[in-house]
Design a protein around this ligand. Structure first.
Ligand SMILES: [Zn+2]
Length: 364
């Protein structure tokens, strides 16, 4: 699959724009050199100990047009994230890398249940990630919060426990709950108990949906599980097409999402790698943006998809002719969809996004 390759000079102005990043997996964004170092320290077997080769290995493995295959590399990254020190380090570096990418506010997600192999308990896992995140934020000035993921293939009782864990840490930097993992054959409503608990606790919910499965998955996520945001929603396009009538109109689900300003966390490169789309040019993102949906761009996984948020913005600009106004819209949409409190979102918009984009517009 050929994808456009930018020059550093093309990326630089976009990198300097303030960005908000809502869909970023902690275990999908490790630095290759860190994996090698942690692997040696912890005696974990790696496919190679050369960081450059390892980076390519992850991307090659992910870029096979299938979500289950894409997810295979996570066993390796999670394998080196089984101690408090390694979890804190990876979280700290994640914040540093987001800051270097021009992200001013981010939400990083991970599944605590995948980090219990060497005897840590769930509280230790979450505390370590929060500690590293705090250090990274203090060092860089980037504001990063955490989303706890449940896994689709796991038992509903395990995901209820994850939901309770997320709520327990709500005052310490955890702002939401997500359901991740392979979508096909694992409908979100199977975990309805966890979602009803989260709703009763007035907590924030985002769900991966419409990536490897169609409209039913998005509909269940919103109307059964109470999702406030949707991860990907690539196949919502199926509710925007009316081929028989020869026109493109919105169905009731698409209208509901638009009317209720449900934020869609879209990921261009990742969708290509998992096979959710076959060509970047055919991605429904520009259609959603032009129709006024609350869409934002995200990386999903820096390492597996060999990308950055700067690159995703550049890619969208290159493929779909986005203007500086469109980029500003993406940043505003993400800020409005963020899971921090409303007053914090307003501050983010007024203090960080608006002044910087005003200055950027003046130079265009
Ligand atoms: Zn994801």
């Amino acid at each position: 699959m050929n994808v456009p390759v930018p020059t550093e000079a093309q990326l630089d102005p976009i990198r300097r724009l303030p960005k908000v990043h809502l869909h970023d997996h902690l275990d999908g964004g490790l630095r290759p050199a860190t994996i090698v170092e942690l692997g040696k320290q912890q005696g974990v077997d790696l496919p190679t100990e050369d960081p450059t080769e390892l980076k390519e290995w992850f991307h090659r493995g992910a870029n096979r047009g299938s979500l289950p295959l894409y997810l295979e590399g996570f066993a390796v990254t999670c394998g080196v994230m089984q101690t408090e020190e390694s979890l804190a380090r990876v979280a700290r570096e994640r914040v540093e890398d987001l800051a270097a990418d021009g992200v001013v506010y981010g939400e990083v997600r991970f599944a605590p249940i995948l980090h219990l192999d060497q005897g840590l308990n769930l509280e230790q896992v979450v505390s370590s990630v929060l500690e590293g995140t705090k250090e990274g934020c203090a060092k860089t000035g980037c504001d990063v919060r955490i989303i706890i993921c449940g896994m689709r293939h796991m038992d509903p009782s395990a995901n209820l426990e994850m939901a309770e864990l997320a709520v327990d840490f709500r005052d310490r930097g955890v702002v939401g709950f997500d359901l991740a993992g392979d979508e096909s054959g694992h409908p979100p409503k199977r975990h309805i108990e966890a979602f009803h608990y989260l709703q009763r606790e007035n907590f924030n919910i985002t769900i991966h949906a419409g990536e490897a499965f169609g409209l039913a998955s998005i509909w269940q996520a919103i109307q059964f599980c109470g999702a406030h945001r949707i991860g990907h929603a690539t196949r919502l396009v199926e509710d925007l097409e009316d081929e028989e009538a020869g026109r493109r109109s919105a169905g009731t689900l698409a209208n509901y999402i638009d009317d209720h300003r449900i934020c869609l966390e879209m990921c261009l490169s990742s969708n290509l790698h998992t096979g959710a789309i076959s060509r970047l040019e055919d991605h429904p993102f520009p259609d959603y943006l032009r129709r006024g949906f609350r869409v934002c761009l995200n990386t999903d996984n820096y390492l597996m998809s060999a990308t950055t948020l700067t690159y995703e913005w550049w890619l969208a600009q290159e493929l779909f002719g986005l203007s500086i106004h469109d980029l500003e819209k993406l940043a505003h949409n993400a800020a409005k969809g963020a899971f921090c409190h409303h007053a914090e979102r307003i501050e983010l918009l007024e203090k960080k996004l608006c002044p910087a984009f005003e200055a950027a517009r003046a130079t265009v």
